[in-house]
Design a protein. Structure first.
Length: 182
């Protein structure tokens, strides 16, 4: 069963012009891509987010459209060191500048440190929140200090015994070589 994020399109320009503000607490399971990352069912996990729009004055030009997004959640992931569950807190606090079209956004994104997006009358704020949280997931989730002892050996002792008992195919060649040199 596919769950879609219940989100209404956001007119970012109108939202910024009215200095709009939205805040929401959702169940994590509504965010399908984030829910796929967890190591345990995401039944009662929550995701909090808020967004504020603003117009910033530019000397000699039209005001710029900005959207400030904050989001946070805790995901139960698998520690890559001890392979036990670890709760990883994710938080986003980012501002986005909106411009008229994709070409302008691409050009400005290359030359600016700002996050630049294109204005879209059907802008999906919930998807932006999910995208930003997905980028915050660590590549290698792990505990600061693992709750169980981590085995640091890479070789199993039983494997070493089996390896010692295994016949060595070149041993007979070494014997022949040794007999010929006498």
């Amino acid at each position: 069963m596919k769950t879609e994020i219940a989100s209404t399109p956001l007119d970012v320009r109108a939202f910024a012009q009215s200095a709009g503000s939205r805040a929401q607490q959702d169940l994590l399971q509504k965010y399908e891509r984030l829910a796929q990352e967890v190591s345990a069912p995401a039944v009662d996990l929550t995701l909090n987010w808020s967004a504020q729009g603003e117009l910033r004055a530019v000397p000699g030009g039209e005001p710029e459209v900005w959207l400030h997004v904050q989001a946070d959640t805790v995901l139960p992931l698998t520690c890559q060191r001890c392979l036990t569950p670890v709760d990883v807190a994710l938080a986003v606090d980012r501002s986005f500048r909106f411009v008229a079209d994709e070409e302008t956004a691409a050009a400005l994104d290359d030359e600016s440190e700002d996050d630049v997006l294109a204005l879209d009358p059907e802008f999906d704020l919930a998807t932006l929140v999910e995208d930003e949280l997905l980028m915050e997931i660590p590549l290698v989730p792990r505990h600061e200090e693992c709750p169980v002892e981590v085995k640091l050996e890479v070789v199993d002792p039983a494997f070493e015994v089996a390896l010692a008992e295994k016949p060595k195919p070149f041993a007979s060649l070494a014997q022949l070589r040794g007999e010929g040199s006498d």
